[in-house]
Design a protein around this ligand. Structure first.
Ligand SMILES: [Zn+2]
Length: 460
């Protein structure tokens, strides 16, 4: 519940910070610049403005979000283009040109859509961007991932105002429809000639909030396999015990699938594997029964039954052995079972277009990884162990092309609330994230590999 007595507390908070802020402003001014230094309160106001645009699926207001992003780009003199690879699904591309166009560029990707929310279960309306007494900004998209999209822009605003000039071009892509699979957004962008001409060398995309003090970096993600298994069997009277009914056949499979699920979950519980490293299986639906006007016929064993599962396969898993398990144990023809992978969604491969596992090397063999870690540490951040993202993001469309893509959302000491009620991000955490990106963009846009004349594009 909202406490009316708290409504003026954010102001008090800012009042306490004012002397400190004036000091920063003074330091900033002595540091030169073409643009005036920013007051953090206007930075927060811009974030609130973006959060207040209702871009929830299934009817995101992309007109408004596009206008907002383009106006922000104009205010810091970035080039902007809007591409509708699919009508009504704008991909907004911003460019900060580098001084050496022969160097591959940096792409900072974010999605503009958010998942729906049940307004009545929120303490503050999900599009109000209300700031509470602790400085927490409540809004759908505050973590996933309007924060990141705008932090990129704010970091560039600061870099420009400090007089920094990038050697590599920096692109920002604001893509639609990630929350419904990205097929009309990032996937189309990655496949386009526009993208080829951008000569992208590395992509940053979303990660997850961290409840600890360590930032989380993601080097791959699990591939969704949406599995539907169907069982058939002889129909019969509800009173008769007999083998091979559809539901008995289906339940044998469900038992086997649940044993597998438990074995994977045990690895997490025992601390042997992280969430992104196991194959997760969760039942999405169970369908059976013969409908009657009042519900279901009760004295009849149906001849068909089906169940649907959301399976997530890490790039380290062996997809052939999982397919074998599905065919032999979960949906064996010998038990009158059939299965269809991809009834709802394609079975996403765990390999890229060249047949390599869909991974970005999380070590010093990948200069972008090393640069990122160094830049985060330079800005005062700590980093946890590299992780596999447990769900899907648009990063996979770029990894499919063989490009390094790293998932990162700079939020520490923050509960993971994406897709949850009362999603929030603390304003101090948001501002700190801008500093982190400032450090990253500076490092990336300045990076010249040693002996660059002799290296292939892969290594750039
Ligand atoms: Zn997201």
């Amino acid at each position: 519940m909202e406490n009316a007595g708290n409504s003026d507390r954010p102001n008090h908070h800012w009042r306490r910070l004012l002397p400190l802020l004036s000091l920063f402003l003074l330091l900033g001014l002595t540091n030169s610049s073409s643009l005036p230094q920013e007051d953090p309160s206007s930075t927060i106001t811009r974030f609130q403005e973006y959060l207040q645009i209702n871009t929830a699926q299934p009817n995101p207001d992309y007109k408004k979000s596009t206008d907002f992003i383009v106006s922000q780009a104009k205010s810091i003199s970035l080039e902007s283009q809007t591409h509708e690879f699919v009508e009504g699904k704008p991909v907004v591309l911003l460019k900060w040109p580098g001084s050496d166009p022969s160097l591959p560029s940096i792409l900072l990707n974010s999605h503009t859509d958010v998942v729906p929310s049940e307004h009545s279960k929120w303490n503050h309306h999900p599009f109000s961007a209300h700031i509470d007494g602790q400085g927490n900004i409540y809004a759908r998209g505050s973590q996933d991932m309007k924060c990141v999209g705008l932090q990129y822009l704010e970091a560039i605003r600061k870099l420009k105002s400090s007089g920094f000039e990038p050697k590599r071009s920096v692109y920002l892509s604001f893509v639609p429809d990630e929350e419904i699979g990205g097929h009309t957004g990032a996937e189309k962008l990655a496949e386009s000639d526009v993208f080829k001409n951008m000569n992208v060398g590395v992509v940053l995309d979303e990660g997850l909030a961290s409840p600890t003090e360590n930032y989380r970096l993601f080097f791959g993600e699990r591939s969704p396999w949406w599995l539907v298994i169907k069982a058939t069997g002889a129909p019969g009277h509800g009173a008769k015990l007999y083998d091979n009914s559809a539901l008995e056949n289906l339940f044998k499979s469900i038992e086997s699938i649940r044993r597998f699920r438990a074995s994977q979950f045990d690895l997490i519980k025992a601390g042997l594997k992280a969430e992104g490293e196991v194959i997760s299986v969760n039942m999405a639906f169970l369908k059976a029964g013969t409908p009657s006007p009042t519900g279901f016929v009760m004295n009849l064993q149906p001849s068909e039954a089906a169940a649907g599962f959301d399976i997530r396969v890490p790039p380290s898993a062996d997809p052939q052995s999982l397919e074998k398990r599905i065919a032999e144990e979960w949906a064996p023809a010998s038990r009158n079972m059939t299965f269809e992978l991809g009834q709802f969604k394609q079975k996403v491969s765990v390999y890229d277009d060249s047949g390599r596992p869909l991974l970005t090397a999380p070590d010093s063999s990948n200069p972008w990884w090393a640069l990122l870690e160094e830049a985060i540490r330079k800005a005062g951040g700590k980093i946890g162990k590299p992780e596999i993202f447990p769900a899907s993001t648009d990063a996979r469309y770029f990894r499919l092309l063989g490009l390094p893509a790293i998932g990162f959302s700079p939020m520490v000491n923050t509960p993971i609330l994406l897709h949850d009620h009362n999603e929030f991000l603390n304003q101090a955490e948001y501002l700190k994230g801008i500093d982190i990106y400032e450090s990253i963009i500076k490092a990336y846009a300045s990076y010249i590999p040693q002996g660059r004349a002799n290296v292939s594009k892969d290594e750039l």
